[in-house]
Design a protein around this ligand. Structure first.
Ligand SMILES: Nc1ncnc2c1ncn2[C@@H]1O[C@H](COP(=O)(O)OP(=O)(O)OP(=O)(O)O)[C@@H](O)[C@H]1O
Ligand SMILES: [Mg+2]
Length: 371
């Protein structure tokens, strides 16, 4: 197990800057996730940590020791990619045993014991004699995870390991990955573009965009106190509602001419902010109300998911998504009053997207949002 640090790490491929000035400090035993859209630099970061790529500048340290120039083998890391890449002619047991056979130093009985232990952890004991082609995708990926973990790497690196699997299997296997991590406590760095996967698995998440880390924090911090609009829009489903407003006295002027009166209790939170802002509110903090609301909207669509309902409202020149209860009886075409929980309204700078209430760990910037 190891603490992993990246200090000012950049990587260029010709004129493409894949990652830029990355500073990461990943604790020993942590489940750490790199989350972001396609091409933001997640895999490159993982390859740099693995030693499969060399940084153009910066340093990589394991337990405070510089490893920047070391090969993957010298770093003692294990990587699992999206495609399972098992040895097709070997059985599951043969695949699991393979990393221990290299070097010929581990006694046969010891190898057999470790293969059995890993198969038990991954619940594939009854598959040990099968060949990869006789396994389902989920089973193959379990074997790939086991093969990577069996030689007890210092750092375990997973690059979108579940993205080839169907939705149900992804949920099952992600729980197994979490259980596996709790059992072995190896530092685990996980790459995904799936925000839900990142939220449920991680101790901390680094949200990446265009080669940079936009925010690094616990799932709760990322969700409730996003540093900027990019982060806020990337996490949460359905996505955050956004409204461009202009502040006038104690009111927000909305697109289409409507106005929202800021309640006196919230006045302080919205004081001293720019005249134009983009407000963000999560769908679970917007509600239909029977008394007079903040605004009025027409129900455009209702989606029943079983455990909850998503309602899409058309309001003057903006739209709002609401997350409602399972027994929601709204119908398309209905006109309703809506309100929101003011304390959950986020304020973003319309130019650079920064959360105007966000307080970074290193600096103080405006009042902190409390949840
Ligand atoms: N070997 C390479 N040569 C040239 N450009 C590369 C190379 N590897 C990555 N890039 C570029 O670097 C950027 C980051 O790529 P990377 O693979 O790290 O993204 P990613 O976040 O893993 O994306 P995805 O979610 O699609 O896998 C992209 O613009 C990509 O085209
Ligand atoms: Mg990738």
């Amino acid at each position: 197990m190891a603490q992993v640090q990246l200090v000012g790490v950049s990587k260029r491929f010709g004129s493409t800057i894949a990652v830029q000035a990355l500073d990461l400090d990943i604790a020993d035993g942590e489940f750490f996730t790199l989350l972001g859209g396609s091409g933001c630099g997640k895999s490159t970061t993982l390859h740099l940590i693995a030693g499969l790529e060399t940084p153009s500048s910066g340093h990589i340290l394991f337990d405070s020791e510089e490893v920047t120039a070391r090969s993957p083998r010298e770093r003692n890391v294990a990587v699992v990619f999206q495609n399972y890449a098992l040895y097709p002619h070997k059985t599951v047991a043969g695949n699991l045993a393979f990393p221990l056979l290299i070097g010929g130093r581990v006694p046969k009985a010891e190898i057999e014991a470790q293969v059995r232990e890993m198969a038990r952890l991954l619940r594939i004991e009854d598959l040990l004699e099968r060949k990869p082609r006789e396994l389902s995708g989920g089973q193959q990926q379990r074997v790939a995870l086991g093969r990577a973990l069996i030689r007890r790497p210092q750092v375990f690196l997973l690059d979108e390991p579940l993205s080839n699997l169907d939705a149900r299997l992804r949920v099952t296997l992600r729980r197994e990955i979490k259980t596996l991590h709790q059992a072995v406590r190896t530092t685990l760095i996980y790459v995904t573009h799936d925000q839900e996967e990142a939220m449920v698995l991680s101790d901390r998440i680094a949200v990446m965009h265009a080669g940079r880390v936009r925010q690094c924090g616990s799932p709760r911090e990322i969700y409730h106190t996003p540093a900027d609009l990019t982060v806020a829009e990337l996490v949460g489903s359905p996505p955050l509602n956004c409204l461009d407003v202009e502040v006038r006295e104690q009111r927000f002027a909305l697109p289409g001419g409507g106005e929202l009166a800021i309640p006196p209790a919230q006045a302080e939170r919205f004081a001293n902010l720019p005249r134009r802002m983009r407000l963000g509110i999560r769908p679970e903090h917007v509600q239909v109300t029977s008394s007079s609301g903040l605004g009025r909207g027409r129900v455009q669509q209702v989606e029943h998911l079983g455990k909850e309902t998503y309602v899409f409202l058309e309001c003057e020149e903006y739209g709002l998504t609401m997350r409602a209860a399972a027994d929601c009886v709204l119908q398309p075409g209905q006109v309703v009053d809506w309100t929101w929980r003011w304390e959950h309204v986020l304020c973003f700078d319309p130019h650079d997207g920064r959360n105007l209430h966000y307080v970074s760990r290193s600096g103080v910037q405006g009042p902190k949002v409390s949840f």
